[in-house]
Design a protein around this ligand. Structure first.
Ligand code: CP
Length: 298
């Protein structure tokens, strides 16, 4: 049975720790691994991407493999071929299938029928590859994450859900602060990992004592644009700005998965200021995903 990576829940805490250790090694010695020599990886993008697209394609190349990039409309699935047949056929050609799409059920269906690992490069519900890069970034800044607090403020989107799934596995206490109407898809169960996961509607309480304040855009790909003004009004108290950073620990970092709208969900001063770890996060997509591909394909 192939190992898939759809939500991050597939990894144990120990596996996550080794993956992050390996990502740090690959970052230090970028061309040290050729585990994908002779292997091909399909990268299917049904939605736009800058970081995910480039980091996966470069990562596959650096590991010695070949990336087959397929954009929206290039596969017959766009003309009605079934996801099942697509999964079976791609499995005859490539050694892994990585997908960015809207419905999470689509990656679940692919995984159900694929004979090779399926990796979620973003769905409406989860963005686990982003969370791997986020955790790597925090380990670089703070070392052991056990007992440290990360506060996500804003829209309870796929990024928030993946932090709730993977953060506690790395030992973080993850607090997600959203308006009640925009609570995340992933609901904490109390069994996430050594760390805890909690939801609140109070951004200041979430930020209090945190080592990382994290936010994302208020209107994501796939959100109802007609309702965007109502969302912005709901989310205005959740802006990641200098005042919210004051609530966090003195050495706290600001995180954002990008693309950002400075002045909306995050102030320009925080995004580009001394506390920002945002561009390390973006770079760490590459290193974390290379470690993930090694884990799934060897
Ligand atoms: N953070 C992220 O997934 O960026 P892209 O949409 O540019 O891939």
């Amino acid at each position: 049975m192939p190992r898939h990576f759809l939500t991050g829940g597939e990894l144990t805490s120990a596996e996550l720790e080794s993956l992050l250790d390996r990502a740090a090694e690959l970052k230090a010695a970028r061309l040290s691994s050729r585990v994908l020599e002779g292997k091909s990886v399909a990268l299917v993008f049904e939605h736009p991407s800058t970081r995910t697209r480039v980091s996966f394609e470069v990562g596959v190349t650096e590991l010695g493999g070949h990336a087959v990039v397929l954009r929206a409309g290039e596969l017959q699935v766009a003309r009605g071929e079934s996801v099942r047949d697509t999964a079976v056929v791609l499995s005859r050609f490539v050694h892994a299938i990585c997908v960015r799409t809207g419905p999470h059920a689509m990656v679940e269906e692919l995984a159900a029928y694929a004979d090779v690992p399926v990796v979620n490069m973003l769905t409406a519900d989860h963005h686990p590859c982003q969370a791997l890069a986020d955790l790597l970034t925090l380990r670089e800044r703070f070392g052991d994450l056990a007992g440290l607090k990360l506060a996500y403020v804003g829209d309870g989107n796929n990024v928030a859900s993946s932090l709730l799934v993977l953060g506690p596995k790395a030992g973080l206490d993850v607090v997600v602060a959203t308006p009640a109407e925009l609570a995340p898809f992933a609901t904490p169960t109390g069994a996430e990992g050594p760390g805890r996961a909690t939801l609140t509607t109070d951004p200041a309480a979430a930020a209090s004592g945190a080592v990382a304040l994290y936010t994302d855009v208020w209107v994501s790909m796939g959100d109802d644009m007609a309702a965007s003004e109502a969302r912005r009004a709901l989310l205005a108290p959740y802006r990641l700005d200098e005042a919210l950073m004051e609530q966090a620990r003195d050495d706290a970092v600001a995180l954002h998965c990008l693309p950002a709208h400075p002045g909306e969900e995050i102030s320009e001063g925080v995004l580009y200021g001394p506390s920002s770890a945002v561009f390390d996060q973006a770079e760490n997509r590459l290193h974390a995903q290379k470690a993930l591909l090694e884990l799934l394909l060897t």
